[in-house]
Ligand binder design. Structure first.
Ligand code: CUA
Length: 148
């Protein structure tokens, strides 16, 4: 038989979870907050690459490895919409795109995805922000957005 106190805890936990769920749905649908998706394991790639889908849509596949990102440099036209796919070839790395509010983890054997639009010409630095060994501080890459 369920204790009266336990019943209350379960009831209030249910209310709290519902509030979180409604908040999440509100953030995604009304506020357009981009929630990075975690894609089920599907043979993560072993090399970085850039795929152009149409004139301003790209996919960039990033392979993080001690202590560099592949590709090391990505050049894009202004206004590009990019889907980023990220995995790691060794340990857990960070993946932060400066000024774009993007922060993901590169996890061996898993694939993470997020999207961004680059409306402003700039050099966007990609930095590993998760300590990953002796060369961690030099693990960087660049996204150069500079042409129409
Ligand atoms: Cu890779 Cu720190």
């Amino acid at each position: 038989m369920l204790d009266k106190f336990e019943g209350r805890i379960i009831f209030y936990t249910g209310i709290l979870l519902s509030i979180f769920l409604v908040g999440l749905i509100y953030a995604v649908t009304e506020r357009n907050v981009n929630v990075p998706s975690c894609i089920p394991y599907d043979k993560p790639f072993t090399q970085g690459r850039i795929v152009q889908i149409d004139s301003n849509t790209y996919q960039v596949f990033y392979m993080a490895k001690m202590w560099a990102f592949d590709p090391a440099e990505v050049r894009l036209p202004v206004g590009s919409k990019v889907d980023f796919y990220l995995t790691s070839g060794d340990v857990v790395h960070g993946f932060m795109i400066n000024t774009k509010n993007i922060n993901m983890a590169a996890i061996p054997g898993a694939l993470n995805k997020t999207s961004a639009t680059f409306d402003k010409p700039d050099i966007y630095r990609v930095t590993c922000n998760e300590y990953c060994g002796a060369g961690h501080q030099s693990m960087q890459s660049e996204i150069i957005v500079n042409y129409k």
